[in-house]
Design a protein around this ligand. Structure first.
Ligand SMILES: O=C(O)c1ccc(O)c(O)c1
Ligand SMILES: [Mg+2]
Length: 625
């Protein structure tokens, strides 16, 4: 697949954009005229810069308000085009995008437009150039690719072709089946963009809210399927007008763009054999969670997880690393003075530095992640110790993969020496497995991480929700598998004053903020924990009064919930959810204990109460209980 991206999609000046595009392994670049005009070098120099990066110019654009003009505007348009042809020849671009006319002077008429394009095509052909006609969704007379195609067909000139842009077609809800009958050699370029569903005029929607294929709500996959059904094997180019992206990191946005294209082609079975990747990794669950600690913080952390019923199960054979277990939950406490976890500790303080996911095939999962431009990670291991495949994830943390077939799930026995039973004898408080993991990030990063998880792993996103934090709104988005053996909640805060926002400030970046542990009997678990000195996040009495009003629970249940600081939710099918939180550890992360009774959500209705309690505690002066 020949991939390209428009310079207008990225932040920075032209050299920064080209650098980001080349690093993300695109084949080519659409040069947007404005990016060129605002750069103080000749077209020849820009052309050389593009080629030096190993890229080709796939398109020069846009050329506006050309077809269907009365004289003298028609002649002026042709003259204007000749100047652009000069520039393109110097630049080394052979295709010019003509977008449909929006001028009040435009006259309309299919034959007139076809005549104009034929004449311009004839002039382009003399110089070895081509022109592509694109219907803007808000074009005055041409705003539908079917009309643009009729005009191109009638122009009947080898240097005149059609440019299809998914946004313009899909935003107007035009049936993509109409693409299938267009001869592929008449499609000169395909531009791709997705967008969220919004009630907005077409132009504003297009100029500010486009996003990468798969990140929005438009049926871009069906669009591309129709394109490939024609036999088209030309350039697929991203043209993403998005205010957030233009304010973000050019490199990160370019990587997301390439990832979205590879994923799209993969979904439609269109990746070249040489680029093919294994299918989305099937997750069986969370194998372990690794914490970056140091000698000063580890004791306090041991106390916390000890109070939660975890016991020391093993010590690493060559490293300052402990394994604490309960049920199927494995916590790895790393307080080495070198290596990845230590570096992570130095940057972020006590924190979750890695997750290990159990998948069907660990090696395949890593190959897929690498094919989707995730950064592979390797670290020195001791003799005979396991080398686990890993890639970089949110905030520079790691995602390890293990599976049964390769023996990687034997990491406990291979890398760890079993701890003395007398050290910490296993207790049973009833925690069985990890229910879900939650990560906090900048609001602007959420689309990026959703694409990361959804393209690499067999996970699907649900509708996002806004949660009220005393410091501002937090956007919450779930991505999970059908089996529910992996559930991830992403929280994006636009305000620095929310708990998530403060986490980002204090933690110096995005990362895991909250780990939910499942029990089959939350009342028994919390009672057992209380006898071990566990002190839950206190929930105000008002919450329980409101519960009576909302759900009509009986007095006895309310009293038990209140006594144990357990939150309650019920869904429309009668499924019930019980949640109890720990206090925040080192102002960074916390645990939650949950019990599900036929309930599939995450207690969003309770989040404001939990956030208010956490906020109250974190604002309380030192020493005040
Ligand atoms: O918003 C625009 O004007 C514009 C210009 C060129 C394009 O290819 C496009 O899709 C939109
Ligand atoms: Mg376009």
């Amino acid at each position: 697949m020949k991939t390209s991206i428009a310079t207008v999609s990225l932040s920075g000046d032209l050299p920064e954009k080209l650098d980001a595009i080349a690093r993300a392994q695109f084949t080519g670049v659409e040069i947007f005229e404005n990016d060129f005009l605002t750069f103080d070098h000749s077209p020849a120099t820009v052309g050389r810069m593009v080629r030096d990066k190993g890229l080709t110019v796939t398109l020069f654009q846009p050329f506006r308000d050309f077809e269907g003009m009365p004289e003298p505007l028609r002649s002026r348009g042709l003259d204007r085009a000749e100047r652009k042809f000069d520039l393109m020849q110097e630049l080394g671009a052979d295709l010019l995008l003509i977008c449909s006319n929006v001028s009040p002077h435009a006259l309309g008429g299919v034959s007139r437009a076809a005549d104009d394009l034929r004449e311009l095509g004839e002039r382009a052909a003399k110089r070895g150039l081509r022109i592509g006609f694109e219907a803007l969704a808000w074009g005055r007379f041409v705003n539908d690719h079917r009309d643009a195609w009729e005009i191109v067909r009638r122009a009947d000139h080898p240097a005149v072709g059609l440019i299809l842009d998914s946004f313009h077609t899909l935003a107007r809800g035009i049936d993509v089946a109409s693409i299938r009958s267009i001869p592929s050699d008449r499609i000169f370029l395909v531009q791709l963009a997705d967008a969220p569903k919004l009630e907005l005029d077409l132009l504003s929607w297009s100029r500010h809210f486009r996003n990468m294929p798969g990140q929005g709500d438009l049926p871009v996959t069906a669009f591309m399927d129709a394109i490939w059904a024609t036999g088209y094997d030309g350039v697929v180019s991203l043209e993403i007008f998005n205010d957030q992206f233009r304010a973000g990191s050019a490199r990160a946005v370019a990587v997301d763009g390439k990832r979205s294209l590879v994923y799209l082609a993969d979904q439609l079975g269109q990746l070249d054999a040489a680029d093919s990747i294994p299918p989305r990794a099937i997750c069986r669950g969370v194998e372990f969670i690794e914490f970056a600690l140091n000698e000063a913080t580890i004791e306090e952390f041991r106390n916390l997880i000890g109070a939660l019923g975890f016991h020391l199960a093993g010590r690493h054979r060559s490293k300052q690393v402990e394994l604490w277990c309960q049920g199927d939950v494995n916590l790895v406490l790393n307080y080495e003075r070198e290596g990845f976890a230590h570096t992570f500790y130095l940057t972020h303080g006590p924190s979750v530095c890695a997750w290990c996911l159990k998948v069907a095939d660990a090696d395949a999962a890593e190959r897929r992640a690498s094919g989707l431009l995730a950064l592979p990670f390797r670290q020195a291991v001791g003799l005979g110790e396991l080398e686990m495949p890993a890639v970089r994830g949110v905030g520079g943390s790691l995602v390890y993969f293990v599976d049964d077939n390769s023996g990687l799930t034997r990491w406990r026995d291979i890398d760890f020496e079993a701890a003395n039973k007398e050290d910490h004898s296993p207790v049973q408080v009833g925690i069985t497995n990890v229910d879900h993991l939650s990560q906090s990030m900048e609001y602007d990063e959420m689309l990026s991480w959703l694409l990361y998880y959804g393209s690499i792993l067999d996970l699907n996103k649900t509708d996002g929700q806004d949660v009220a934090d005393p410091g501002g709104l937090v956007r919450s988005q779930v991505i999970q598998n059908d089996e529910r053996s992996l559930r991830i909640v992403l929280n994006g805060s636009q305000s620095r004053r929310t708990l998530s926002g403060r986490f980002l400030n204090e933690f110096l970046g995005s990362g895991t903020q909250h780990i939910a542990l499942a029990t089959k009997d939350i009342f028994a678990t919390v009672a057992a924990l209380q006898s071990r000195g566990f002190s839950p996040l206190p929930i105000p009495a008002n919450y329980y009064d409101d519960l009576i009003a909302r759900f009509g629970l009986d007095d006895d249940l309310i009293a038990r919930l209140r006594q144990a600081n357990i939150l309650y939710d019920r869904d429309t099918t009668g499924g019930e959810y019980f949640q109890c939180y720990t206090k925040v550890f080192a102002e960074r992360f916390f645990f939650e204990i949950v019990e599900r009774r036929g309930y599939d959500g995450y207690g969003a209705a309770n989040a404001p109460f939990r956030l208010a309690s956490q906020s109250r505690l974190s604002h309380r002066p030192e020493g005040v209980a």
